[in-house]
Design a protein. Structure first.
Length: 216
């Protein structure tokens, strides 16, 4: 898949996303918390041909995508809407990052784009949500629950890319449908066998329902 590029803003909080490296080693490009790595990733993004598929893995905000965080490298937005409209022009883009469903509404040059909601991928994020009163119904979730949640949606996205991009039916609308189908299948199985709590089910429902697909 020469027209598929994975950009992973890698630090301790996003290391679980290295599962994509294991599945797509030839397409994987790591963004480490250094200025040199940042410059290399930006140059790569500028060189990606039109109609290619880009998958960004990392943290996000409604206004942009974050780089990784290191001891001497603070976490900052490295792609805002202005820069995103340059880098993503006529490309298909999946943004696996928090609140990218809001960020994609600021972009308008892409061919297709897929964003997600507020993905609670760590216990620290979960605690912040609970302490702020935004997600008081998530207080019973454990680290094992969060790890399982991360595994489910990563697997869904991997399956969707393999089933569409390899078969050249790789519109993001198809990818979104397969992600939704896979998560529904997991939900039905887990609920039927009473293997998850209501709180865990809400995590999966939210991930599925907050996906946003846009095309130009």
């Amino acid at each position: 898949m020469d027209d598929f590029y994975i950009i992973h803003a890698l630090d301790e909080t996003t290391s679980f996303l290295e599962v994509f490296k294991a599945e797509f080693p030839q397409n994987y490009h790591v963004f480490l918390p250094t200025e040199t790595s940042k410059d290399e990733i930006l140059e790569l993004l500028k060189s990606i041909p039109e109609n290619s598929l880009i998958l960004f893995l990392g943290h996000g905000h409604s206004t942009g995508l974050y780089g990784p965080e290191g001891i001497d490298f603070p976490q900052n937005i490295f792609i805002d809407s202005e820069f995103g409209n340059i880098l993503f022009k006529e490309k298909k883009v999946i943004l696996l990052s928090c609140n990218s469903n809001q960020f994609v509404t600021r972009l308008n040059t892409h061919k297709e784009i897929l964003g997600f909601g507020n993905i609670l991928s760590s216990m620290e994020q979960l605690r912040n949500e609970v302490e702020n009163g935004a997600r008081d119904n998530y207080g019973t979730l454990t680290k094992e629950d969060i790890d399982f949640f991360n595994a489910i949606y990563c697997t869904a996205i991997i399956k969707a890319i393999k089933e569409t991009h390899l078969k050249r039916i790789n519109t993001l609308k198809n990818i979104a449908k397969i992600i939704e189908f896979f998560i529904n299948k997991e939900l039905n199985y887990l609920l039927k066998n009473k293997q998850i709590t209501k709180e865990f089910a809400i995590l999966l429902f939210s991930f599925r329902n907050e996906m946003v697909f846009r095309a130009n």
